[in-house]
Design a protein around this ligand. Structure first.
Ligand SMILES: [Zn+2]
Length: 175
């Protein structure tokens, strides 16, 4: 089993300019809260592949992970698991330009846990919700079957509830 990794000491990797190293790690991520709804990874700590490449004056840190985020569907509040595929490259070139200094690197310490967490946050869509079919019915969350059955039973056209606009507002506040 790969070691639990939050901070990586870049200096200890002993990389020369142009050199690189790849290793597997499991990285604690923690839950995400949007409004009052809680979401967490199916696998947390999250298995990740980390590449650290040393440039002539800095580093590029690449994080890759596959996971899924579990929590309530934002359309219908059914249980939903959204697949996640993370591939994030972080540049740390403080000697080239102050703006290229990564906020996740302090001295030689790279905060891999914070970097992965934020990479996941950036990868999330505006609405964490199931895909829908042509009738606007969720197809992937736990309410899907009930809704489809309900639709089949309904003799006449029934209005589907519109997505709650408060979700968008809450997300804006959260982020
Ligand atoms: Zn749903």
């Amino acid at each position: 089993m790969a070691p639990l990794t939050d901070i990586v000491d870049l200096g200890q990797l002993g990389l020369k300019a142009g050199g690189g190293i790849r290793f597997d790690a499991i990285v604690p991520v923690g839950e995400f809260v949007f409004g009052a709804q809680h979401y967490e990874l199916a696998d947390d700590p999250c298995p990740a592949t980390i590449d650290v490449n040393r440039t002539s004056t800095g580093y590029v840190i690449r994080l890759r992970a596959e996971n899924s985020l579990e929590g309530p569907c934002m359309r219908c509040y059914g249980d939903f698991a959204m697949p996640l595929e993370i591939d994030h490259s972080e540049v740390h070139e403080p000697h080239l330009d102050e703006e290229l200094a990564s906020e996740y690197v302090a001295g030689n310490d790279a905060d891999i846990a914070a970097l992965l967490r934020d990479a996941i946050g950036l990868a999330l869509p505006t609405s964490i919700s199931s895909p829908v079919d042509e009738n606007g019915i969720c197809t992937e969350c736990s309410n899907s079957k009930q809704q489809l059955a309900h639709l089949a039973d309904a003799s006449s056209e029934e209005e589907q509830p519109a997505p709650d606009p408060r979700w968008a507002k809450l997300r804006e506040l959260e982020l």
